[in-house]
Design a binder for this molecule. Structure first.
Ligand SMILES: [Fe+2]
Ligand SMILES: [Fe+2]
Length: 474
């Protein structure tokens, strides 16, 4: 179904045919806009931003580009086309028809899954709201705002499901999605990572690389759901999500590239000398990476989980790319986990595969994270340096799951709390690292100009040159 842009709420779900639902969403819309004004990007609401807007759900050419003031962005409801032959792809009901309505017994669980996903979307906008003033270029400023408006749209995607399928409970949940706020002492966002402040652009690039990638894997799991409207919503969200990870991937790439240029100019790898030249030394990049990866790993939940097992059994949440597995029932397989033995060592234990689904997803995620690292390391290698960026072990600095609170080295070797404390500043951003990174954060607004700590991108957006005026500042 094509997208209807005549309605107040753009959509491809024939919203106009359901007056009650339409009215309910039109009632939520001003609340959303109020939230955007108060907690969306600070101070850039009247700027003309070169943004893409979804105009169809085709794999090719689904977006158009043009200058938009952010509050006038056409947030709407876009689901992938329905596949009339789609069948349940995993779990106990494998092969049966997918659901267009929610079976009563799964209502509370599905609502929780949708709310938890929905909560992350506005949370990240809140986390990033102060970054506009310190963008290293207006190319980057535009990318930040693109990510922000799309996270706003992802909130719309989840709110639509809540309103359309969960009645009054759903409407209340939709309101609460605008009431919890990132980092709020009384009403924080649901998941830890989404309450971490993002004060600088190195953190922003790490977040879009590692945390938006968690989003990708959560969406991939939900895109397998037997609840067909949820699956179709997530399938389309994934096409938008790809740009967010591109921002992180190329952002870190450009930071590394610039650092290597400075290392070459000065003929040194001394972090202090590199900092004196206004670039970011590679060990600091590694520490920020350690922080954001370990935080994002927690988002997958505990290594063993009876919830994860029942989500899978009941067909609510699958494995990312379920089709790649041979056995979609996964009732007879087991999964070997290395867990802390409580005495400073590790032990191996077999668990039923279904109970280890969080770990299955986390492992695919880690493999996906490695792709960018290979690329960044190739740059470093080509420049003739022995330093390599590495992903810390999934045991490192965990706050959720079996490794929570178990001090380990970044390689995953259990150590004492004293040893961890003594080396912490080598492994995680220290206060002085953070002060240094913050000192670099000064906005650059002339088209094509870049801050000294980051290289220009290889190309611009939508075939425009790098020095295109991506944001018209008033
Ligand atoms: Fe999102
Ligand atoms: Fe995202």
């Amino acid at each position: 179904m094509s997208i209807n842009y005549q309605d107040r709420i753009p959509n491809n779900v024939d919203l106009g045919s359901n007056r009650t639902l339409q009215r309910a969403l039109e009632h939520w819309q001003p609340e959303f806009l109020k939230w955007w004004e108060e907690l969306g990007p600070k101070d850039f609401q009247v700027a003309d931003v070169y943004l893409r807007t979804a105009t169809s759900v085709d794999a090719k050419g689904w977006a158009t580009y043009g200058y938009v003031r952010m509050p006038e962005y056409r947030w709407g409801i876009f689901l992938n086309e329905r596949d009339p032959n789609r069948r349940i792809g995993f779990g106990d009901s494998f092969g049966q028809e997918v659901w267009q309505q929610i079976p009563g017994e799964y209502r509370a669980t599905l609502r929780r899954l949708i709310v938890t996903q929905g909560d992350t979307e506005p949370a990240s906008v809140e986390q990033q709201r102060m970054l506009g003033h310190t963008a290293p270029s207006i190319y980057d400023l535009r990318n930040l705002f693109q990510v922000n408006v799309e996270e706003g749209r992802h909130l719309w995607a989840m709110v639509y499901l809540l309103h359309a399928y969960f009645g009054r409970d759903g409407r209340e949940e939709a309101e609460e999605l605008l009431e919890r706020h990132s980092g709020d002492a009384d009403k924080p966002r649901i998941l830890g990572t989404f309450n971490e402040p993002i004060r600088d652009w190195l953190s922003f690039f790490m977040f879009t690389y590692f945390t938006d990638r968690d989003g990708k894997f959560q969406l991939k799991s939900l895109a397998e759901s037997s609840f067909d409207p949820l699956a179709r919503t997530c399938q389309f969200m994934l096409t938008e999500e790809a740009h967010h990870m591109f921002v992180g991937d190329t952002g870190i790439n450009r930071v590394v590239k610039r650092t290597l240029e400075v290392m070459k100019e000065l003929n040194t790898d001394d972090p202090l000398a590199i900092r004196n030249a206004g670039a970011i030394d590679l060990p600091t990049v590694q520490r920020y990476l350690n922080f954001w990866l370990s935080s994002s790993l927690d988002l997958f939940g505990s290594e063993t989980s009876s919830n994860a097992a029942s989500y899978f059994a009941n067909g609510l949440k699958g494995r990312p790319d379920e089709a790649q597995y041979e056995d979609h029932i996964a009732n007879e397989q087991s999964y070997l986990l290395e867990l802390p033995d409580g005495q400073g060592g590790t032990k191996s234990e077999q668990f039923p595969m279904r109970n280890a689904m969080n770990e299955v997803t986390r492992s695919s995620y880690v493999r996906d994270c490695e792709i960018g690292l290979k690329r960044w390391n190739r740059l470093i290698e080509k420049a003739g340096h022995g330093f390599r960026l590495t992903l810390p072990s999934t045991r490192f600095r965990r706050n959720i799951g079996n490794w929570a609170g178990v001090p380990t080295t970044p390689e995953g070797q259990p150590i004492s709390a004293e040893q961890f404390g003594a080396q912490r500043s080598q492994w995680l951003p220290s206060e002085s690292d953070q002060a240094y990174i913050l000192s670099l954060m000064q906005g650059v607004s002339a088209p094509g100009k870049m801050a000294a700590w980051i290289a220009p991108p290889d190309r611009g957006i939508n075939n425009n040159p790098v020095d295109y005026e991506y944001v018209k500042l008033q």
